[in-house]
Design a protein around this ligand. Structure first.
Ligand code: DQA
Length: 154
């Protein structure tokens, strides 16, 4: 099985960018950990990053037929992009949204995600481990095609 990992804007700056919020791990280190974890799980992992929304949309349109699922940190586009949400939805692929920081503990504008409703689920707040947990969750979903029940508790 193949997974496309998408990193949104400014994530190329990880390691140097607001380390008190995002830590010291670089994007290359995260990608290396994802490749290692993928190998362990039997997943082929391809990672892309861009600061240009249209480029991510183009690459999503290009790659979606070659992969089984998507792991995405949409970064700031989480809170702004109907276009990215529509593109994710158009692929029909299972996607897991991840964030390094716990966006719900931060500014109010980060509490809204346009993309989460078209994803299987979301993991936030565990630093680089969010990506590893997200990959494991996507792997589990791909094997079982099962997510949590829709309704929550009665
Ligand atoms: C982020 C959270 C977003 O609100 C922010 O715009 C980012 C990174 C995270 O991984 O914590 O760029 O997606």
């Amino acid at each position: 099985m193949k997974v496309l990992v998408i990193h949104g804007p400014n994530l190329n700056m990880l390691g140097r960018r607001e380390p008190e919020v995002y830590g010291h791990t670089t994007l290359d280190e995260i990608n290396e950990r994802l490749h290692d974890k993928g190998q362990e799980l039997g997943l082929e992992v391809r990672c892309i990053q861009s600061n240009h929304e249209g480029e991510i949309l183009d690459r999503l349109h290009h790659f979606y037929e070659e992969v089984d699922g998507i792991l995405i940190n949409p970064a700031a586009w989480t809170h702004t992009s109907v276009a990215l949400r529509d593109a994710l939805s158009a692929t029909g692929l299972p996607a897991v949204e991840v964030h390094l920081s716990n966006v719900y503990k931060r500014e109010a504008f980060r509490h809204t995600s346009y993309t989460a409703p078209v994803c299987v689920g979301q993991i936030a707040g565990f630093g680089p481990e969010s990506y590893i947990l997200g990959l494991q969750a996507l792997h589990h979903y791909l094997l079982t095609q099962q997510s949590a029940p829709k309704g929550g508790r009665a």
